[in-house]
Ligand binder design. Structure first.
Ligand code: MN3
Length: 382
């Protein structure tokens, strides 16, 4: 029996790498559903190659093009973001890889959980925005989330076989991004081209900017809290520029487990698809003869203000992380269009956190409203 996979966000960085794995493991994996936001050309090519039953092109303007291309292949085509949610009820996929960008991942992930799909979570924003609600839904529906984020996959792997054992803390590693070691005044005039040059990881534009501003690590702290049921004190961030140790867990006896590998997102995707098994792969192996040094530094919370904001959002809870996420999505879009400077990203985030109404125990409706309201205020502040 092959595992049946749905990939939400198949044309992005995670989506395309996931399809390389499906191709390599075609005797064990098959594609049921592919969804893309607006890259019609690539979606068509992928659908013809992997023959899913259903595809969704979210951008309605591209629907006719995709439909005409896939009709002869007997692949059903849908459009609009609502279609992804509806397909969660009818797709026969058993595993859903959530690899879309940002807030758009929230509602489809909720539907997937309600329909008892195994979640391979690559969209961390879902847990940042509504971690409390998602955790409760997973318990109610007896659904497992297998993290695809490399740090969380590392922690998840370190915790295997430790069910009975309490932990002292997790240590999330951060590469530090392209601006590691720089001070605030040195970041005043950096360009988007500078910010898009990640030293180790090959990722999409949004997450690469998020890594440069270190809000990505802040979001990962929040993600870890919800995935592993941790308190703020139990999550430490350490800068590890080589990105070989993907994260660590320290147990109550003082022993630390680390998970290592080359910085390649295919590793955690592969792990999530096959969990609890491990299967052969053709991925490049790490050599300790080539990588002679592993180094560690404290994160600089003054320069990378976003990391401090994320800690504050986690501490206060409620809808504050939802506000931070929405503000950051608007700020990053504006930065990528050269409308604001790099330092303005954290400034806009902080202003929105102060301006948008705080709700201590938000419902799904409150999260949706908070997201819309924050985007409106952020646009006004640009
Ligand atoms: Mn990560």
């Amino acid at each position: 029996m092959k595992k049946k996979i749905a990939i939400l966000g198949s044309t992005g960085s995670i989506g395309t790498q996931a399809l390389q794995i499906v191709k390599e493991q075609s005797d064990k994996l098959e594609i049921e559903l592919l969804t893309a936001n607006c890259n019609a050309e690539l979606l068509i090519t992928q659908a013809i190659a992997f023959k899913p039953n259903h595809v969704v092109i979210v951008d309605e303007a591209q629907y006719t093009k995709v439909k005409e291309a896939l009709d002869p292949h007997d692949i059903k085509v849908f459009t609009g973001s609502k279609a992804i949610e509806e397909l969660m009820e009818i797709t026969s996929a058993d595993t859903v890889l959530t690899a879309m960008v940002g807030y758009s991942g929230l509602k489809p992930t909720i539907k997937a959980i309600e329909n008892k799909k195994k979640i391979a979570l690559a969209n961390k924003e879902t847990l940042v925005v509504a971690g409390e609600l998602i955790s409760a839904l997973c318990i109610a529906n007896k659904v497992d989330i297998i993290p695809v984020d490399s740090e969380h996959s590392a922690i998840f792997q370190c915790l295997i076989g430790e069910d009975q054992n309490a932990i002292d803390k997790v240590i999330l590693t951060a590469s530090g991004g392209p601006f590691r070691g720089r001070k605030r005044d040195e970041l005043a005039h950096v360009t988007k081209a500078d910010a898009l040059k990640h030293p180790n990881w090959n990722m999409g534009a949004k997450i690469t900017i998020d890594s440069a501003s270190m809000i990505n690590k802040g979001f990962e702290v929040i993600e870890a809290k919800w995935l592993f049921g941790l308190t703020q004190k139990q999550i430490e961030v350490v800068v590890h520029p080589q990105s070989i140790i993907h994260s660590m867990v320290e147990f109550t006896d003082g022993s630390i487990k680390a998970q290592m590998g080359l910085p390649d997102m295919k590793l955690p995707i592969h792990y999530a698809f096959f969990f609890p098994e491990r299967t052969n792969s053709s991925f490049k192996r790490m050599s300790f003869k080539e990588i002679k040094t592993l180094t560690f530094e404290e994160p600089d919370l003054e320069t990378f203000r976003n990391l401090a904001l994320a800690y504050h959002a986690m501490d206060k809870g409620g809808n504050l992380a939802c506000i931070l996420n929405a503000a950051n999505e608007i700020a990053v879009q504006a930065f990528l269009k050269d409308k604001i400077s790099f330092l303005k990203i954290a400034e806009l985030n902080e202003n929105c956190m102060a301006k948008v109404k705080f709700i201590a125990s938000p419902t799904l409706f409150d999260y949706v409203e908070t997201d819309l309201e924050t985007r409106r205020i952020a646009q006004g502040l640009l």
